[in-house]
Ligand binder design. Structure first.
Ligand code: RB5
Length: 148
């Protein structure tokens, strides 16, 4: 799987850790956005926007965004048309976000999750497949949603 990773300063350790784990598992980390160290403070919406562009420009790829909680990244990413970003903290949701919601970006919180759980959630997300069928109709409605 081709992946685009990003983090702000609050998620930089997990971003780097996950990039290594994913490469070892045979995935392609096609891009990595964000600061080099936790001391380099950046604004998470900027990183989210860049990763969204990478994912949308690379059909079939998925994104992983890490910040302190995952929440700000998801809020920013979900403003971008065509992006469906899911904040996940348990394996069932990691599976369902792909199977039912066709999420194309996983958001996790470095300040929320232990590192082993974070790895498990990423692998679970990547191992799941969109089920299509009635879920495709619902996902199309998400993508079509805009105004009130
Ligand atoms: C940065 O301090 C923090 O606000 C950010 O990483 C994230 O948790 C926002 O949702």
């Amino acid at each position: 799987m081709r992946l685009h990773l990003g983090s702000d300063h609050g998620g930089v350790e997990y971003r780097k850790m996950l990039a290594g784990v994913l490469r070892e598992a045979g995935h392609e980390v096609a891009s990595e956005e964000g600061p080099a160290s936790a001391g380099d403070s950046v604004d998470y919406p900027d990183v989210a926007r860049d990763v969204c562009r990478q994912v949308l420009g690379d059909p079939g790829s998925l994104g992983i965004l890490v910040c302190g909680t995952g929440q700000g990244m998801a809020m920013a990413a979900n403003k971008v048309a065509g992006i469906r970003a899911a904040v996940v903290a348990d394996p069932f949701s990691a599976t369902m976000a792909r199977e039912h919601n066709d999420a194309n970006i996983l958001c996790i919180g470095q300040r929320v999750l232990g590192s082993e759980l974070a790895k498990m959630l990423v692998m679970t997300f990547l191992g799941a497949t969109f089920a299509g069928g009635r879920h495709a109709r619902r996902v199309a409605k998400i993508d079509a949603a805009g105004g009130p």
